[in-house]
Write a protein that binds this ligand. Sequence first.
Ligand code: B1M
Length: 209
Amino acid sequence: MFDYEELQDALIEGDEDELLDQVEDLLEQGASPVEIIGEGMMGGMSVVGDRFAANEMFVPEVLMCANAMNLAVDRLKPLMEGEKIATKGKVVIGTVKGDLHDIGKNLVAMFLEASGFEVVDLGVDTTPEKFVAEAKAGAQIIGMSALLTTSMVVMGQVMDLLVEEGLRDSVYVIIGGAPVSPEYADEIKADGFSKDAAGAAKLCTKLLA
Ligand code: B1M
């Protein structure tokens, strides 16, 4: 068990240099990238979320934390990439229209790549049309992320557009993000939901098995 307190403090402060130093220290001590993200940084981000909700932190500070976390994840990403012998399939991923949160989506993309999938990352604020165009271009799975209760509804719009375009039977759809639930996945007739990034990679592997 590693001590993540200083790492979490650096993340909560949005101190990029200190966070990267802490990441290097933990790697030297033998912590794995998955542990550093899952047990270390996620805990720090959860404190940020609580303080944001309580109006103790505001958007510019939270943005600094998010940028620092994305940088640290970029540092860890190459260490997670296994040998890519053959691709398991192509997944298109994006945060839905109206939503700019990308940390969770980036983690899902990273776990998918590390598990051997080809990933097309459409970024944030992704329209239904863009997801559907990638399905037409041969993606086997669409992965959608939403962090806002107001943007979740776009997931349903993507499902409707897939049906309209006659593509629903040729692509799997998985969804995730803090306000999303298995019940919501059932409601919009998605093929799966995962509460975290590692689970999303397992789910995609299962769907294409
Ligand atoms: Co925003 N924000 N934010 N924010 N923000 C939340 C989501 C909020 C819950 C904060 C709060 O009030 N407690 C709240 C949403 C309330 C709601 O709708 N229910 C909120 C709000 C209100 C807003 C604004 C409206 C604030 C404002 O402007 N007044 C605004 C909206 C902007 C927009 O998107 N249009 C806004 C802005 C921002 C920042 C830009 C400052 C920044 C985002 C920066 C960035 O992403 N680059 C930000 C942040 C950082 C957060 C919190 C604090 C942290 C989110 C995060 O990155 N978590 C967040 C509070 C919280 O979530 N507790 C909050 C860490 C990340 C690893 O977890 O994304 O959940 P998460 O991903 C997880 C799982 O959900 C899952 O896997 C990941 C873990 O392994 N997962 C998937 C995610 N996607 C998946 C897809 C899958 C499968 C699993 O399959 C495809």
